[in-house]
Ligand binder design. Structure first.
Ligand SMILES: Cc1cc2nc3c(=O)[nH]c(=O)nc-3n(C[C@H](O)[C@H](O)[C@H](O)COP(=O)(O)O)c2cc1C
Ligand SMILES: Nc1ncnc2c1ncn2[C@@H]1O[C@H](COP(=O)(O)OP(=O)(O)O)[C@@H](O)[C@H]1O
Length: 320
């Protein structure tokens, strides 16, 4: 898959010289609803024997439209993670458009001419609720008129789970509750974050529970604070882990939030390594213990729960 970063106004030489089927959306998390859109686009591309392209943005449109602060925005997926999932779904080209004021203020017809026809789309596939143009003024129904017979418009119905729409908002709510089972079911894969192992207070090893402190990319949306059953990929191998997201309240009054993983059956120094953490199950909230012994006793219980969990669940569960 080729990733093509585009900044408005773009240079036509950046655009591959062939027709494509183009899937449109912001695709935060690339959840099961999004995957449905891309799979439909893939079918159309295969039928037409064309390449499959996806268009998305470098950051969320609300930064421009609702003046949200780009620094504090949190996402279910980074551009890198989206790219991995798109690739696994058979996407050939991933257009990442810089969502700027200049791009956002394109009138719908100009957007369609430059960013749909201009990307050589023979067909466009998007979810039923896709909108475009300044402040979302044009929808999928109107797209047919703007298309002027240059490309086909294919609308994908919403994907529901029981009565509820599968949406990034519902996934964010599930993460805020620590409901990983729901989040992961809606995502269609186990929620994961990436980060680098950094130094903590070197206390973990004294407790008998060394923890890899993980610095995550600043736009990462973390599940709620608490203790979790996780898996962690270090140097190409998946391990079982028990993770804590919190403030080490037993020891410190106002410590910044940390993400730490005690890795089972592991004994190596891994500072500076990039790791991937998958979040399987919320165990409990963070507790302020009256002493170290109580914390250690609880950590032993958390470890036992982790071992029991992985007796019923495969460590290498297939996940995108
Ligand atoms: C599975 C797990 C559960 C934890 N639960 C708590 C907790 O309930 N309360 C707390 O104050 N700290 C908790 N911690 C954080 C420990 O206090 C922390 O790992 C320890 O202080 C070591 O910190 P360091 O890595 O900075 O050396 C937990 C850590 C892990 C790995
Ligand atoms: N089983 C393990 N789980 C997590 N980290 C481990 C483990 N064994 C060794 N380590 C190493 O020890 C470090 C954690 O030890 P710890 O005393 O908690 O130090 P720190 O406070 O710097 O994280 C990790 O960053 C990692 O390099």
């Amino acid at each position: 898959m080729e990733i093509i970063h585009i900044h408005h106004p773009y240079d036509k030489n950046q655009i591959p010289d062939e027709q494509v089927v183009l899937a449109l959306g912001y695709f935060d998390g690339v959840h099961r609803g999004h995957q449905e859109v891309i799979k439909r686009a893939k079918e159309v591309a295969d039928q037409k024997q064309l390449k499959l392209a996806v268009m998305s943005f470098n950051h969320h449109p609300s930064i421009v439209f609702q003046k949200m602060n780009p620094d504090t925005m949190q996402y279910l997926s980074t551009v890198k993670r989206k790219a991995e999932i798109f690739e696994s779904l058979g996407v050939d080209y991933f257009f990442v458009i810089a969502f700027t004021s200049a791009f956002a203020s394109l009138r719908p017809q100009d957007f369609v001419d430059q960013y749909i026809s201009g990307l050589h789309a023979a067909a466009v596939v998007a979810g039923f609720d896709y909108t475009y143009g300044p402040r979302e003024i044009a929808d999928m129904k109107q797209l047919v008129n703007y298309a002027k017979d240059r490309f086909e418009v294919i609308e994908v119905e919403e994907l529901k789970n029981a009565a509820e729409k599968i949406s990034s908002t519902h996934i964010r709510e599930a993460l805020a509750e620590g409901n990983m089972e729901k989040a992961n079911a809606y995502l269609g894969y186990v929620y994961q974050i990436e980060g680098t192992v950094i130094h903590g207070d070197a206390r973990g090893r004294l407790l008998g529970f060394p923890t890899a402190n993980i610095q995550t990319e600043k736009h990462t949306r973390l599940p709620r604070n608490g203790v979790y059953i996780v898996s962690i990929k270090v140097n190409g191998t998946w391990y079982r882990g028990t993770a804590s997201i919190g403030h080490n309240i037993t020891f410190e009054a106002d410590r910044d939030k940390t993400v730490e993983v005690y890795i089972l059956d592991f004994n190596k120094m891994i500072y500076g390594e990039d790791v991937i953490v998958r979040w399987h199950h919320f165990i409990r909230s963070e507790i302020k213990f009256s002493g170290v012994e109580q914390l250690i006793a609880q950590l032993k219980k958390d470890e036992a729960e982790t071992i029991a969990y992985f007796q019923d669940h495969r460590l290498n569960e297939v996940s995108i």
